[in-house]
Design a protein around this ligand. Structure first.
Ligand code: IMP
Ligand code: MG
Length: 179
């Protein structure tokens, strides 16, 4: 099995670049169907979703704006549940169609927090896109409008996802090997 080592942990190949790109195609096709004649504002959540956002946007047929938000919660392998806003929105959101783009929804706390912040700015609509969803881990009641791939509750890296800052650059996704 193809593996990568980050710090002292080993991760094994879990989703190939080909599977990933196919899932991106499918999400893009749904957005292209739903946003014809619209000009939404995409809010990409840093850092993790930068690769997915770049792949996704290049497949969109409609014109759209892009902005970024950054929050921090994760320390190592487990979420601390504490969220800190590091980069806020300086875009005017009122009355606009917003698409939030995330790399992964785990407990859902980060996404819940983001939706609250964006909702307070009175957009015309909000839809959520997440590339990865861990349904077994999600604790909050939140509607994910577009999901790339659902995975079990394992820790993964690659395609933007990191383990303590490392591993974002891989085109494949790797899963923590537990012994
Ligand atoms: P949530 O608030 O628990 O949904 O966590 C969301 C954030 O945790 C994501 O934006 C990621 O940064 C991080 N995260 C959750 N699961 C993983 C994982 O398996 N690998 C890497 N980062 C993860
Ligand atoms: Mg992260």
């Amino acid at each position: 099995m193809k593996t990568v080592t980050l710090y002292n942990k080993t991760f094994g190949l879990y989703l190939s670049a080909e599977q990933i790109q196919q899932a991106v195609d499918e999400v893009a096709a749904k957005l292209n169907r739903d946003y014809v004649d619209k000009q939404p504002l995409i809010i990409s959540i840093l850092n993790g979703s930068f690769i997915f956002t770049a792949d996704l946007m290049r497949r969109l047929d409609f014109t759209c704006y892009l902005s970024f938000m950054k929050l921090a919660s994760y320390r190592g392998l487990e979420s601390s549940g504490q969220l800190k806003m590091l980069v806020g929105l300086n875009e005017n959101v009122k009355g606009r169609d917003v698409i939030i783009v995330e790399d992964i929804v785990d407990s859902g706390l980060t996404m819940q927090h983001i939706v609250e912040q964006v909702n307070a700015l009175e957009p015309a609509s909000i839809r959520i896109v997440t590339f990865i969803h861990k349904p077994e881990a999600t604790k909050v009641d939140i509607k994910l409008d577009y999901i790339g791939i659902e995975v079990p509750n394992d820790f993964i890296v690659g395609y933007g996802l990191d383990y303590d800052g490392l591993g974002r650059q891989y085109s494949d996704i790797y899963k923590l090997v537990t012994d």
